[in-house]
Write a protein of this length. Sequence first.
Length: 440
Amino acid sequence: MRLSQYFMPVLRDDPKEAEIASHRLMLRTGMVRQEAAGSYSWLPMGFRVLKKIEQIVREEQNRAGALEVLMPTLQSADLWRKSGRYDDYGKEMLRIKDRQDRDLLYGPTNEEMITDIFRSGIQSYKDMPRNLYHIQWKFRDEVRPRFGVMRGREFLMKDAYSFDVTREAGQHAYNKMFVSYLKTFARLGIKAVPMRADTGPIGGDDSHEFLVLADTGESGVFFDGALHDLDWSTIEIDYDNVEAVANMVSEYTSKYAATDEKHDQSEFEKRVPEGKRLSGRGIEVGHIFFFGDKYSKPLGCEVQGPDGKKITVQSGSYGIGVSRLVGGIIEASHDKDGIIWPESVAPFHVGLINLKVGDAEADAACEKIYKALEAKGVEVLYDDRNQPGGAKFAAMDLIGLPWQVIIGPRGLKDGIAEVKNRKTGARENVALDQIVGRFA
RNA sequence: CGGGGCGUAGCGCAGUCUGGUAGCGCACCUGCCUUGGGCGCAGGGGGUCGCGAGUUCGAAUCCCGCCGCCCCGACCA
């Protein structure tokens, strides 16, 4: 993409309403635009990141055996009346009437609907287990939306729902999602620590939150430094191996880790040696629940078992805040100059800077490399605007692409360009004809 | 929902107390110059001052009502 033809409204000053880094940087880099309290338009740069995160989440859900569906944003109130949550959910649920005066709502979550879909789609225990998920916009009318996309009212969420015959099978479904979350967050370039969580109003038997460590997190967290020492990046697992999956879950859950609501200082001190006691703040980016029959019972979600008798299914639900992750990743990965994108979610892989637009030699060298990178499928953002070098460096650091290729008269004399790593700041001179090979 | 604050050009702000018909920086447009860390010179465009109703000869400014947004707290996938 040529920057001269892109839509990336970069702001030079910090917008006054943005207090925290991710919100400030997302607005400054033109990733999003606020439309109302807690509601954002996603502009090209932000949308690319959102889609990359979504795709990684999707791939890991699929790998763990979940099946993708898509449910509508608007739901009928009837389903919610049946589960008893229509009145319980309160003002956070956006209620709407259609022209026939029927009660609708903009879905804040989908337990009711998916349970109904599942029930009507299967008849026998032989059709289980199943795990269905979708990645869809939700709306929760938050009392106080804030922090940009981190606590918006409209947000993109992956929610999965498992259905099993027995409690043990349901536990395995829960464990599979647990492990898939570890893999997902590792691929996203962040460390999200699983912590035992309150089941809250959603209820249920077992629950874990996954929190990204960041100073601006909304929850205080206390955990065993040994969790940091585990290698998260290379998790290999056979999801059908019940024991292996369970072992991995217990490896991560045996260490002390708790949010401030669940924190027990004396237990913390008893279980974790002093030098390993870590505390800080975290952003919740995932939350998994095992329900048992809490939802399936009132909704009459039953199947016929081998003995001909009805069995109430065991269910769980598993959420990842996709749009929140955009902010969460920035919170965990930025410096004073701007964003530092992990390679897996960066909007572009390489930023190509032409330091002397209009100079025949510089233009030709940049064009050649730009076209070659594009031909190789390398995502490259070419800053071909006629602006002074300083402005280009500042902008490229701000948007935080992992690599910068800097081409100007000084290096061209010797047939070289500079390759800069945004994260480490390391610079390296590379021969022009070697550049493409570095990234392709 | 309690407390506090803000709304004037795309962004950041001054002007409001003390009423006189709107200004600064950046950005933008034209031309020249320049090009290795937000460059320089000259010229130029852009605002129903959040909305409505009042007071007044005259309202960004005073009065009344409303709307929107932000921050702290309570709450929260």
